[in-house]
Design a protein. Structure first.
Length: 500
């Protein structure tokens, strides 16, 4: 399989992938994020088994894209990575925050390769959150690389808009550990399960992810956990936001990096990269949902549904034609909504990595881990296809990528945003609501495992969504024990106290 075999020499192809886990939790020396990413890039270049060698391959990279790094501020991380691997790229990309951007960068790179605007692209990301958190707690300087404030990439990629509406920020509601549990209560109510039934269901769901991670050599946690272990709160599995104990939350406390190399078929042939390393992007699409305040319902995602349909239509495939599926799995609510919106059969695997709890979720970079895993699996079964989903914000920004072990007729990328924007959303609330219907909620816990604050989403008579909170012990206990979705609540003028 070479350009001379009839393939378009501009067809984009993934030729090398690499993942690096720095096990500082087991005594390994920490590395700063750009050094981790440079090492992952070398692993990816070596994975391509290129005839010209790793150094020459990386030296020829014309574009470097880096997923936004949160554990240390680098204004232009691609420039630092380039210096570490010996590249002189003419384009340096840095994304804005969002777990959807790894796939979006891959689709942009693939489209540019197909159009002749790029030939050899390196994409990667890295986080050293454990080390950074420990240094902040101790007040120590890690001595990591500082760039001048005016350093900048050639392109800042992605939307810089806030992920939260003004009223959400005003209520202090901007953490994923607050919002995804709220979505979960809406999912449970729609399913008609009691609190106990749903807790058991979530344990079984997440145990399936843990089992996949146990067989993934790159996973951070490879010890298979039982459904009971996952669902039962305790000293090592404290409650974070009801109904999620720690083992149902994304695991950001990791030191991980991943990188991949894309090029054209013509470049791959010229570099002598064996065809058994080639995996092809087939199609991609994306779209964004409204802010949580304006979203029509919390147990659905039009952007997820329509962007998946768009990506699959461009590849002339259905979801059942994709033997490999990885649903972005920061929290169980995200998986359940995605499974339903994409029409994935409930009895098939939803992950190829083990998900963000067990394979680990290095902030914006998880989808790179799924890409590394997908490429390896598709090389072993080139007749198969993979559908990978990405999620940024609060189940807000979505990306879809279809890959194949064999070539498509051509890479295609599309958007579903116009179709999403045509759907109804909830208007902004006008003034406080004195009385409303409880739609969804969570109870947050402190580090001593004590219930702390109830956060409630309520719909008024006009269908507008209002946020409220309560520290009342009686109400908090009722929310933990009973199914109160659909009940009437009274809200004071500042929305800081709620009573049934």
């Amino acid at each position: 399989m070479t350009a001379g075999d009839g393939l378009d020499p501009r067809l984009p192809v993934l030729v090398g992938v690499g993942q690096l886990n720095v096990r500082v939790d087991r005594g390994e020396a920490p590395l700063e994020p750009v050094a981790m990413l440079a090492e992952a890039a070398r692993i990816a270049a070596d994975d391509a088994t290129v005839d010209v060698g790793v150094e020459r391959l990386l030296a020829g990279v014309d574009t470097i894209g880096v997923i936004d790094i949160l554990s240390f501020r680098y204004p232009d991380p691609a420039a630092l990575v380039a210096g570490l691997v010996g590249a002189e790229p003419r384009r340096r990309w840095r994304t804005t925050p969002g777990g959807n951007y790894p796939q979006t960068l891959v689709s942009r790179a693939a489209a540019d390769i197909a159009a002749g605007d790029a030939d050899l692209v390196l994409i990667g990301g890295a986080e050293a959150w454990r080390t950074r958190s420990a240094a902040r707690a101790a007040g120590t300087d890690l001595g990591w690389t500082h760039q001048p404030d005016d350093a900048a990439p050639t392109e800042r990629f992605g939307s810089a808009d806030s992920l939260s509406a003004e009223d959400e920020i005003a209520r202090g509601l901007f953490m994923p550990v607050q919002l995804y549990p709220i979505f979960e209560s809406a999912v449970r109510a729609a399913a008609g399960r009691t609190q106990a039934e749903h807790r058991a269901f979530l344990g079984e769901l997440w145990a399936r992810f843990s089992a996949v991670a146990a067989s993934n050599p790159h996973a951070w946690i490879r010890e298979a956990r039982t459904a009971e272990e996952i669902a039962t709160p305790g000293p090592s599995n404290r409650m974070i936001g009801h109904p999620y104990p720690k083992l149902m939350n994304s695991n950001n406390s990791v030191e991980q990096a991943a990188a991949l190399v894309l090029c054209s078929v013509g470049t791959a042939s010229d570099l002598g990269i064996p065809t058994d390393r080639w995996v092809f992007p087939w199609s991609a699409a994306g779209a964004a949902d409204a802010y949580p305040t304006n979203r029509w319902a919390f147990d659905e995602s039009p952007a997820m549904r329509l962007s998946a349909r768009r990506a699959l239509d461009l590849a002339a495939l259905g979801v059942d034609d994709c033997a490999l599926v990885d649903l972005y799995s920061c929290f169980p609510s995200a998986v359940q909504v995605a499974q339903r919106e994409l029409g994935v059969a409930v009895d098939r695997p939803f992950t190829i990595t083990g998900g963000l709890t067990f394979a680990a979720g290095p902030l914006n970079c998880y989808c790179l881990l799924a890409l590394v895993r997908a490429v390896g699996l598709l090389r072993d079964a080139p007749e198969q296809r993979a559908l990978l989903t990405g999620n940024g914000g609060y189940f807000t920004k979505h990306s879809m990528l279809v890959l194949g072990g064999s070539p498509p007729n051509g890479f295609q990328v599309g958007s579903a945003q116009a179709a999403v924007d045509a759907l109804p959303t909830r208007p902004d609330p006008v003034g406080p609501a004195a009385r409303a219907r409880l739609e969804a909620y969570t109870v947050t816990f402190d580090r001593e495992r004590r219930p702390e604050r109830a956060i409630l989403a309520c719909l008024d008579a006009d269908g507008c969504r209002h946020w409220a909170e309560s520290y009342d012990a009686e109400l908090v206990t009722a929310l933990l024990d009973a199914d109160l979705c659909g009940s009437t609540v009274e809200i004071d003028a500042t929305a800081t106290a709620v009573r049934r």
